[in-house]
Design a protein around this ligand. Structure first.
Ligand SMILES: NC(=O)c1ccc[n+]([C@@H]2O[C@H](COP(=O)([O-])OP(=O)(O)OC[C@H]3O[C@@H](n4cnc5c(N)ncnc54)[C@H](O)[C@@H]3O)[C@@H](O)[C@H]2O)c1
Ligand SMILES: [Zn+2]
Length: 357
């Protein structure tokens, strides 16, 4: 078992990473009058019975939403609130978010607003959710953009059962490792080098636990210093400026968030070399992307003008200029603003590089 403690502004909470923890929930989620478990239909099919059985002896309700990003909506948020009211949850009740980042964000946002906030536990079931389950950002989407309605609201615990990760499809493993490798680039050259030798189709539990733990430590270290994203937390957007544009251009679902981030990291490394005095392991990184089947071909047909336009509507863009996180070197990120003209040139060069790879 691995245990980390995260110090949020409001309280500190533990992250426990352990195989099979879903069967022993009663030990951790005790002392509540009622428990509502919110999950998606794919996760429900596999793990909801175990979780309910693990809560034995408590009054447990369940609520299932369709899997997929489209459920991070006003409608599904309202449904959860209706359920909370229906089953009369009060301030001594607990909400458990069982699922990937979609469920964590949706159920976490419901927990943050129902009765001005009730306790909630994050039970991440994707690798990507090592990122989303800590740091306290919870949100739903608006038709005009992702995560536009939300709050900063930390869970009382994060319980990570690595056994649940065994059923993840390859695409979701790749997606999760996009954020893992981002955390390595932000923090540790040796860890990055080590990851660049990793074949994702063949990861053992020990390895996975170590990577999740290290990733969570990096994220925690940053959000503990800057919970509300006034400065330092922006570094977590490494790779994301292009990633968000790719997701929007290719269409959500075609390329997963973490896959897009992995490609965005390549662009960030390239731009870091062009704008600074640094040599980064780009060749090894691109080989790693190819070896692990990251969807490079899906961005070959994208246009630089369209990507730039997407970058500029991204809510993280200040004063109409595109802001990018770059690397002075591995583990030394900084933020720059890039003029449109320069960004267009850089995007064109990058797309050419991708096509030639
Ligand atoms: N709050 C934050 O700080 C933060 C950070 C990063 C991402 N996010 C959000 O996270 C979301 C993406 O999270 P995600 O990638 O986990 O997506 P997700 O929750 O949609 O899960 C991806 C897919 O995997 C399935 N799945 C989940 N667990 C499974 C399991 N154990 N076995 C088999 N299938 C499983 C789901 O049903 C879904 O189809 C986005 O909405 C993003 O905005 C939030
Ligand atoms: Zn991300």
């Amino acid at each position: 078992m691995s245990q980390l403690t995260i110090q949020a502004e409001t309280h500190s909470y533990d992250v426990l990473i352990e195989a099979g923890i879903r069967h022993r929930l009663g030990t951790y989620a005790s002392g509540y009058k009622e428990v509502l478990v919110v999950t998606d239909d794919q996760v429900a099919e596999k793990y909801l019975d175990d979780v309910v059985a693990g809560l034995m002896g408590q009054k447990v309700y369940t609520h299932i939403v369709p899997s997929g990003e489209a459920s991070k909506s006003m409608k599904r948020y309202e449904d959860i609130l209706d359920k909370c009211i229906d089953v009369k949850l009060d301030r001594n009740s607990l909400l458990i978010a069982l699922g990937g980042g979609m469920i964590g964000d949706l159920a976490g946002f419901a927990a943050s607003t129902y009765l001005r906030g009730i306790d909630f536990i994050q039970m991440p079931t994707t690798i990507l959710a090592h990122d989303s389950s800590v740091g306290g950002k919870v949100a739903i989407n608006h038709p005009s953009g992702k995560n536009l309605i939300g709050s900063f609201y930390n869970p009382v615990q994060v319980l990570y059962d690595v056994e649940t990760l065994h059923s993840l499809p390859e695409k979701e493993v790749r997606s999760g490792y996009g954020e893992v490798i981002k955390h390595a680039m932000l923090s540790d050259y040796d860890w990055l080098t080590d990851l660049l030798g990793l074949t994702l189709s063949n990861i053992g539990d020990q390895r996975l636990i170590r990577d999740l733990e290290k990733g969570i430590q990096v994220k925690a270290g940053i959000v503990e210093k800057d919970e509300k994203e006034q400065g330092l937390r922006k570094h977590l957007n490494l790779g994301h400026t292009l990633a968000h544009a790719i997701e929007a251009e290719v269409g959500y679902g075609e390329v997963t968030h973490g896959e897009a981030v992995a490609i965005g990291l390549w662009f960030a490394m390239r731009l870091s070399e062009r704008k600074g005095d640094v040599r980064l392991p780009i060749k090894d990184y691109v080989n790693w992307l190819k070896m692990n089947g990251y969807p490079l071909s899906s961005i070959r047909s994208l246009q630089s003008v369209a990507l730039l336009k997407r970058m500029k509507v991204d809510k993280k863009t200040l004063e109409q200029k595109v802001h990018m996180v770059l690397l002075q070197e591995i583990a030394d990120p900084y933020v720059v603003s890039v003029e449109d003209e320069e960004m267009l040139t850089q995007l064109e060069l990058f797309l050419k590089e991708v096509i030639e790879t």
